[in-house]
Design a binder for this molecule. Structure first.
Ligand SMILES: *[C@@H]1O[C@H](CO)[C@@H](O)[C@H](O)[C@H]1NC(C)=O
Ligand SMILES: *[C@@H]1O[C@H](CO)[C@@H](O)[C@H](O)[C@H]1NC(C)=O
Length: 257
């Protein structure tokens, strides 16, 4: 080969390698880069998701709030005192050819599977065990009903939500409590601030689940919210409420993560 041919040949080879190697690097694993971990899964509630509504994360009607039946209650080890409420996971049944069905489900953490220290067998949700108590319809997508409990692999994935983050006002005018839901991206909110038209940003305190509160009276002011998710990403939701907001209303943050 002449020198020029060699250079062209090397260039083409490099390009082929780049085209081939780049997808290799990004093509495996998920967008959050987390690996598959071991856990177990059972189900709770009926085929219509009965018993899965409300729950320890503070969400309400899961159908209205966009979570539907694609939800799970997490054991103590995964629930992290409510910090992981709103996080999304992919789950697949493994190592149980008799009971596993092929396929991967995607769920949002919306509830807590409490430990039971009175029992010594079938106590899947006791620490330090990692366990997903799935809605029945989701469990039936990865395993046969009769299995009851199956080994699974799981990993965190970004939450894909439709429309803006929603803010539900609860509590009372002197004790504003806000539930952010339909949160995309990492999904689990780690810090909330609120700002009235006449105030600076005020940090809110986590009350329980994903309910956040402040004792600062903000009636008559248009409210903005600042959310920080577990991956550190922060977004501002400006002028979300009307000045005449009251408790028991839901407002559209218009944007999402
Ligand atoms: C769980 O969260 C609540 C509310 O933030 C807090 O009061 C409580 O101390 C936390 N419990 C643990 C074990 O971290
Ligand atoms: C939010 O509302 C306040 C008060 O009405 C207004 O001054 C401000 O420009 C608004 N901000 C945005 C981004 O719309």
């Amino acid at each position: 080969m002449k020198l020029l041919e060699k250079i062209i040949y090397a260039d083409v080879l490099m390009m082929v390698m780049v085209i081939w190697v780049v997808p290799m690097c990004y093509g495996h694993g998920d967008q959050t880069g987390s690996d598959w971990n071991d856990a177990r899964a059972t189900f709770y509630g009926d085929i219509n998701g009965g018993e899965t509504q409300q729950g320890a994360c503070g969400y309400g009607d899961l159908n209205k709030q966009g979570y539907g039946l694609e939800t799970a209650a997490l054991s103590t080890a995964l629930f992290n005192n409510g910090s992981t409420c709103g996080a999304c996971y992919e789950i697949k049944c493994v190592n149980s050819p008799q009971w596993c069905l092929p396929g991967i489900i995607r769920i949002t953490a919306t509830n807590f599977c409490p430990p039971n220290y009175d029992k010594t067998t079938d106590v899947w949700c006791n620490p330090p065990q990692k366990h997903f108590d799935l809605s029945q319809p989701m469990f039936l997508k990865i395993a046969k009903y009769k299995s009851g409990v199956v080994p699974v692999k799981y990993r965190r994935v970004p939450c894909v939500k439709t429309g803006g983050v929603k803010f539900e006002t609860k509590g009372n005018p002197h004790f504003l409590m806000v539930l952010p839901y339909n949160v995309g991206g990492a999904g689990d909110v780690r810090a909330v601030q609120v700002k009235g038209t006449k105030t600076a940003w005020i940090p809110m305190k986590k009350n329980w689940g994903q309910n956040w509160n402040t004792g600062v009276v903000l009636t008559g002011q248009c409210l903005s919210f600042r959310l920080t998710l577990s991956d550190g990403i922060t977004k501002d939701f400006i002028n979300v409420t009307t000045p005449s907001w009251s408790c028991g209303q839901t407002f559209d943050g218009r944007i999402n993560f």
